[in-house]
Design a protein around this ligand. Structure first.
Ligand code: PLP
Length: 379
């Protein structure tokens, strides 16, 4: 099986799974217990938090563990809106966000918030002038993702967050797809909150981290025993936390090496496609984008058919984001930055450190077998 769906989820790194197994087998105490093993687990959780904060250069911040980035985004929106309630009930958001943001905002719309969507340009980039003109006196929160999960465009978060802060608005960024794929500096980006999902960076599923500036005060989101500074009660997923911290530090340590490897894979894929005779178009911009996400339109073949045919040949690829890959709906992100016909013929190839040049040879061969007969007939 060849796996090119790493923006959806990644293979767990062996050193991460080893730490998790060690933890599961040996350090099973409840971190709230006062005996020696409980204290050890509590101490390890605190060290894991610090490791995460150090890896992203975040100071004066709190880390809260959740089950997923979806949960982080839900909690962050709720608590940032509550904190800045006196500013007003207007939210500004980009029009290329993940559904865990947009669906949450739909809820806030129903309870009286006004939402403005800033349109990304056709490279998937939010221009600062556009953001400026969407912000109002009563804008309490601006939400713009760092790296888009479908086309890989990277936003200039530092500039965008400054515009929000100049207005007294808070700024939240969904950073799920940027950790491990581009330079990441929380302090420099100056956001009020962000999130990390372990399964996107060679960690396990079911564990994620919400980072909030510690000036943000809040009431409980989950009521109970008061864990996690009384925001999210419930016994912490200690082995997951250990795995997440390991995955984050590996992503940071190997950032340059991984980017260089994946960049070569991307160049090789494009070179092979150029030589293949296949008629295609890249939706991913050639600059201001991460190397691991490549959104491609192959003309004359619907993405659902192409994904199916590749699947039958042992290649895992998706038509868009993981949440919509099972559905027949074309990607709203691609429609927003391009058009419906592009969306219907677009697939996303997403690489990881484990992919190889040989796998790309196999992919391009498969694409030639599937696409060339159709394109030759139609053109
Ligand atoms: N945000 C972005 C940009 C994503 O790509 C994803 C997952 O694809 C999520 C949020 C949700 O992450 P999780 O699977 O941890 O809920």
């Amino acid at each position: 099986m060849i796996y090119f769906d790493n923006a959806a989820s990644t293979k767990v790194d062996k050193s991460v799974s080893n730490e998790i197994i060690n933890y599961l087998e040996n350090f099973y105490a409840n971190p709230s217990s006062t005996h020696a093993m409980g204290r050890k687990v509590r101490n390890d959780i605190n060290c894991a938090k610090q490791k995460i904060l150090d890896s992203i250069n975040a100071k004066n911040c709190n880390v809260f563990f959740t089950q997923s980035a979806t949960e982080c985004n839900n909690i962050a929106i709720c608590k940032l809106l509550d904190y800045n309630i006196n500013k007003g009930k207007h939210i500004v958001c980009s029009n290329i966000e993940h559904s865990s943001i947009t669906e949450t905002l739909e809820h806030y719309k129903m309870i009286g918030y006004d939402i403005s969507y800033v349109e990304a340009n056709n490279l998937g980039i939010i221009e600062s002038e556009k953001l400026k003109s969407s912000i109002r006196e009563d804008t309490s929160l601006v939400i713009i993702m760092h790296v888009n999960n479908e086309v890989g465009s990277i936003q200039d978060i530092k500039t965008l967050s400054r515009i929000a802060h100049d207005n007294g608005s808070l700024f939240y960024s969904d950073t799920v797809q940027s950790i491990g794929h581009c330079n990441f500096d929380f302090a420099d980006m100056n956001v009020d909150g962000m999130c990390i999902s372990a399964h996107k960076i060679h960690g396990p599923k079911g564990i994620a981290a919400l980072i909030l500036k510690n000036k943000i005060t809040y009431s409980p989101y989950i009521y109970g025993g008061g864990q996690q500074n009384n925001l999210i009660s419930g016994t912490e997923n200690s082995h997951g936390i250990i795995g997440l911290a390991k995955a984050v530090s590996l992503a940071k340590e190997n950032l340059e090496k991984n980017i260089a490897h994946i960049f070569k894979l991307k160049e090789y894929l494009i070179d092979c496609l150029n030589k293949s005779g296949i008629h295609y178009k890249l939706n991913t911009p050639s600059y201001n984008s991460v190397a691991n996400i490549i959104s491609i339109r192959f003309y004359d073949i619907s993405n659902s058919i192409l994904v199916n045919r590749l699947d039958m040949m042992g290649i895992c690829i998706s038509a868009g984001s993981a949440c919509s890959s099972g559905s027949v709906l074309p990607s709203q992100v691609i429609i927003n930055i391009d058009d419906l016909s592009t969306a219907k013929e677009t697939i996303r190839i997403s690489f990881s450190k484990y992919n190889t040049h040989e796998e790309i040879d196999y992919l391009v061969d498969a694409l030639k077998k599937i696409i060339l007969p159709i394109q030759n007939m139609k053109r």
